[in-house]
Design a protein around this ligand. Structure first.
Ligand code: MTE
Ligand code: MO
Length: 485
């Protein structure tokens, strides 16, 4: 066996951001991460940590404190820190700027999964409103919230296929193009992941419940119009053009197929306003892409740049994380390129409220009056959402764990927004809320819900057949306990 290399701290310090090769150490182990830097999901911030101890950074970027990250680091192992230096305790903590320090305040009613970065889901109580109030809209940030002081002068660069670039400020976009508003639901590909984990096996990722989904009225300009103005032939783009990439200000990136980007019925927007207010910082101020019908990971926030390309985004959020593999495939043996990136999402539904109404309380129960109940009943409420602009045609509810079924009432959008489009077109970009009344006598074991879209796609009844180690697209029937407390 070759003798292990031992490095003095002095030597390690030299391999900082100004050097040709970048080193870090963790515990007493030294790594040359030069080749990893271009692949780092957080971009070039990693350079700040080079030439020193990585631990203080990971104390801030706590997402690194997990086995996958340690495994990646081990690939770059080159030797150990000289014990003389470690014993002396002369390992400086470094002067670390915390990029999360100016993150916005969040509503305490959100269910927090992590704070740095912020990942918070909409509570059930807010899932009942058709338009999610802004401060209850789920937040899914991979990194920190970039700071943009003056939204109007924020610059968006469009890079065309021949490399030519055109710039637009947000003020230009507002001035130059027709404004459009759509009501659209965003759903994270991890929505309901915790249900998959509970029913099946462990999954990697945030353990969201039913609330990694929300709906807003989004206002902005059409991507198609802006691309046309920049010089792209949107009627008949060059055959070689396959994708449109979106690049966010922190380092996040993703892409969508060119056909969706230029489709006159695709409704992809560059959005600067949400529910009639300026886009909030957590949701992408001052500009975000809004790709309705597609998984929310494609709706890139804090949008800086758009690239028309023959290739997909090279980000890990395009090439790795948001894909589904077979139930037998394990993370370690994955050939990431063998599955396509998630774009349009499958049909989904969930129960968000279970209200027991007792016969002796019928007189003074508002619910009993609304539904003219005359026996012990349970009122169930929830949402159903089909990806790709497909309409929800039916929601079925079972009072007995799937033995018998009844149909829920699909609710109108309440605000008369016409958000579902006409049944002939594929532009139902928003969820349908539903309600069902179940007589208490029919209830046994669990309530279940499943929805059907206009292609007659249905949800799987259990999680095992669609289990994937990343826990993406968890859309098996939602089952909840039917016992009243
Ligand atoms: N855009 C940027 N720039 N950074 C991000 O971390 N997260 C994506 C997408 N766009 C993300 C992003 C993911 S995975 C989701 S689910 C949605 O934003 C969440 O949007 P929201 O926080 O407005 O609900
Ligand atoms: Mo997401």
């Amino acid at each position: 066996p070759t003798k292990e290399c031992i490095f003095r701290l002095e030597e390690i310090y030299k391999h900082n951001r100004n050097a040709d090769t970048y080193w870090v150490f963790h515990g007493d182990r030294v790594y040359d991460i030069t080749d990893w830097v271009p692949n780092h999901p957080g971009g070039e911030v990693i350079l700040r940590a080079t030439g020193g101890n990585i631990e203080p950074y990971w104390a801030i970027f706590t997402i690194h404190q997990k086995q996958d990250v340690y495994d990646i680091l081990e690939h770059y192992f080159i030797g150990k820190v000289d014990p003389l230096d470690l014993v002396a305790g002369n390992v400086p903590a470094g002067n670390i700027e915390d990029p999360f320090r100016n993150d916005p305040q969040r509503d305490p009613a959100l269910i927090q999964h992590s704070t740095r970065p912020c990942n918070s889901e909409t509570p059930e109580s807010a899932l009942g409103s058709y338009i999610t109030p802004i401060d209850k809209f789920y937040v899914r940030n991979h990194l920190w919230v970039p700071e943009v002081r003056d939204g109007d002068s924020h610059r968006l660069t469009i890079e065309l296929f021949d490399g030519e670039e055109k710039d637009y400020t947000v003020a230009d976009l507002r001035k130059k193009f027709h404004e459009h508003s759509i009501t659209a639901t965003l759903q994270c590909s991890g929505n309901r992941r915790s249900h998959m984990t509970q029913a099946s096996r462990p999954t990697n990722g945030l353990q969201w419940g039913t609330g990694a989904i929300s709906t807003a009225i989004w206002t902005g300009v059409r991507l198609r119009d802006v691309l046309a103005d920049a010089g792209l032939d949107v009627q008949d783009p060059d055959e070689e053009i396959k994708h449109v990439k979106f690049i966010g200000a922190e380092a996040y990136g993703a892409s969508i197929p060119i056909d969706k980007a230029v489709d006159r019925h695709g409704d992809v927007l560059l959005v600067y306003s949400m529910n009639g207010q300026p886009l909030p910082r957590d949701h992408g101020f001052p500009l975000r892409a809004l790709v309705p019908g597609h998984v929310a990971a494609r709706s890139v926030k804090w949008l800086n740049k758009i690239v028309v390309s023959d290739e997909e985004s090279s980000s890990q959020w395009q090439r790795r994380d948001y894909k589904c593999f077979g139930p037998n495939v394990r993370a370690a043996q994955t050939d990431w390129d063998t599955a396509p990136a998630i774009q349009e999402t499958p049909v989904q539904s969930a129960i968000t409220a279970v209200r027991h109404v007792k016969a002796d309380k019928l007189q003074d129960s508002a619910l009993a009056r609304v539904y003219s109940l005359d026996e012990d009943s349970v009122v169930l409420e929830g949402y159903a959402f089909a990806g790709g602009g497909r309409h929800i045609v039916r929601v079925d509810v079972s009072p007995d764990n799937g033995l018998t079924w009844l149909q829920a009432q699909l609710q109108e959008d309440g605000a008369n927004l016409g958000a579902y489009g006409s049944p002939e077109d594929r532009r139902a970009w928003a969820w349908r809320q539903w309600r069902a009344v179940v007589p208490a006598t029919q209830i046994s074991r669990k309530f279940c819900v499943k929805a059907t879209d206009d292609s007659y796609n249905v949800q799987p009844d259990t999680f095992e057949p669609t289990y994937n180690f990343r826990g993406n697209l968890a859309n098996a029937w939602h089952r909840v306990c039917s016992v009243s407390d």
